[in-house]
Design a protein around this ligand. Structure first.
Ligand code: R5P
Length: 298
């Protein structure tokens, strides 16, 4: 029997590629809001004893999580064999520590919620900073795919003389990987975050790279303060306008426009979150992963 895929609103474009790529069946369901704002869900496909995949990127997750919980609970009530969640962007990974007493470590709470409703999670470049692996907080089978190889290819195909720049030490692991595959040099800066929108970045030593095109690479672009702060330093040191590459186009508030207006050449992101800056397609990576497994429960 074909794998059956349910697509939550906002993920249609990516899902179309994935369903085609794995020769899957479209899972039919209705989701709407009652006049009072509560969620109505009805599954129309036959899902009994089937392995179900749900596509739902979890950017701005608070409005998405409740319909996702209801869908998973309903699927289980309808006796599915297993549920695999494909969440190209996995939210709630950044509050991974109690910085002040009384704070919620939401990455753990969110992991508990998802672990209680699905059997497997496939995601792309989750923000693992103080944690080495999703396994530390998720109790289900997890696959973290990496966009580094696609980003390297894009750089190789589009920027002949690239200097890769990572904004902070935690980015070194994968900026170095992207640089190696793109056959380009890289530098990594030091960042201190003073608040949600207040970031300080060390002045990079770029003297010997004047003729290079700077390429800022980060996993998440949210307020874009990290990139804008770095761009300011690059400008002062006489570097060319940079290309900014982010895996996840979170772009909170007006940050995309702020970044565009900060003196850059271009902004490129992967389509883990649908956004006009998407230029690197991750669907093939997900298709390969889904085709790898006979049964989605490991
Ligand atoms: C942080 O540790 C991440 O790797 C990114 O550098 C960060 O999320 C970017 O955030 P913002 O765009 O708000 O500066």
């Amino acid at each position: 029997m074909k794998p059956i895929i349910f697509t939550l609103p906002g993920n249609e474009k990516l899902s179309e590629n994935i369903i085609k790529g794995i020769n899957g069946e479209v899972g039919n369901f209705t989701q709407r809001q009652f006049p009072d704002g509560e969620t109505y869900i009805r599954i129309l496909s036959n899902v009994k004893e089937r392995e179900v995949t749900i596509i739902c990127s979890l950017h701005e997750p608070d409005n998405k999580i409740l319909p996702l919980i209801f869908l998973c609970k309903l699927l289980k009530d309808l006796s599915v064999k297993s549920i695999c969640l494909v969440a190209p962007y996995l939210s709630y990974m950044r509050q991974d520590k109690q910085f002040k007493s009384g704070e919620a470590v939401t990455s753990e709470y969110f992991a508990d919620i998802l672990s209680s409703i699905v059997d497997k999670l496939i995601t792309i470049d989750p923000h693992l900073h103080r944690r080495k692996s999703l396994k530390e907080i998720y109790s289900i089978s997890c696959v973290a795919l990496h966009a580094a190889v696609l980003i390297s290819k894009w750089i190789k195909d589009n920027i002949p003389n690239a200097l890769l720049i990572g904004p902070d030490c935690e980015s070194e692991q994968w900026v170095s990987e992207v640089a190696k595959a793109a056959n380009a040099p890289f530098i990594v800066l030091n960042k201190i975050r003073h608040g949600d929108k207040n970031v300080e970045v060390s002045v990079p030593d770029t003297k010997k790279y004047k003729s290079y095109t700077p390429v800022l690479v980060d996993d998440i672009i949210s307020t874009a303060r990290t990139m804008i702060e770095t761009i300011g330093h690059l400008k002062k040191s006489g570097m060319q306008p940079p290309i900014c590459i982010g895996v996840h186009a979170v772009f909170a508030g007006n940050s995309y426009n702020n970044l565009k207006e900060s003196g850059i050449d271009n902004v490129i992101t992967c389509n883990t979150i649908i956004h006009k800056s998407n230029n690197i397609d991750i669907s093939e990576m997900i298709i390969t992963e889904l085709l790898k497994i006979d049964s989605i429960i490991i």
